[in-house]
Design a protein around this ligand. Structure first.
Ligand code: CA
Length: 220
């Protein structure tokens, strides 16, 4: 899951970034409202974690602009003051959920998973395909009931492919989900991950769509 974090408090922002990264999420972090709008327009994210009190453009304005252009990106707002007015305004402006500061990182992660699930219209928290089961909360993968050990990157890519089962996931999207916008990715990186996943999970699970990306078929 690739998350756009918008938070101008550097200490808090860094804490959230580190916490979410440890959960295996890729976090791109901006510290003002204008940068947030620009990032959300250009890049593809799975979730925005949005502080309301921001320099240059308020969180509510960022949110309103996002919804005005028809984006359905899930947004979780962070409210400093636990006032009813803030929360109601945020939800009315198109936020999907909110957390009042101070909050627990574990709760933020759980809410992020729930929003992701809701955005994909999934009722079950687990991603299942045949006898392959991926549990995002437990960070575990089993194949026919037996645990499979995956690296953080392998886990991230498998989650992405399972979330999009039946559709092609472009290589660019895979790179962004793994690394965010921070660096140029070695062109072999994705192949190496897919190679390892095939070795661990079976060679026919992940299909190569030449020149585009990869796909996991929906279980028939
Ligand atoms: Ca703030």
């Amino acid at each position: 899951m690739r998350i756009l974090l918008v938070e101008d408090d550097l200490l808090l922002g860094d804490g959230i970034r580190v916490g979410l990264s440890q959960e295996g999420y890729t976090v791109d972090w901006v510290t003002d409202g204008v940068a947030a709008s620009a990032a959300a327009e250009v890049e593809e994210f799975d979730l925005m974690v949005l502080d309301l009190g921001l320099p240059k453009r308020s969180g509510l304005e960022v949110l309103a602009a996002l919804r005005d252009r028809g984006s359905s990106l899930p947004v979780l707002i962070l409210t400093a003051r636990d006032t009813l007015g803030d929360r109601v305004q945020g939800l009315d402006a198109g936020a999907d959920d909110y957390l009042s500061k101070p909050f627990d990182l574990e709760e933020l992660c759980a809410r992020a998973r729930a929003l992701r699930r809701r955005a994909q219209g999934r009722a079950s928290p687990k991603l299942v395909r045949g006898d392959l089961v991926l549990d995002p909360a437990a960070h575990s993968v089993t194949l026919a009931g037996s645990p499979v050990a995956l690296s953080a990157g392998e886990f991230t890519l498998l989650s992405l492919l399972l979330e999009h089962a039946g559709r092609v996931v472009p290589r660019e999207r895979m790179e962004q989900t793994l690394y965010g916008w921070v660096k140029e990715v070695d062109s072999n990186t994705i192949e190496v991950y897919v190679h390892h996943l095939r070795k661990k999970l079976g060679s026919d699970l992940i299909r190569t769509v030449r020149g585009v990306g990869y796909r996991i078929e929906k279980a028939g």
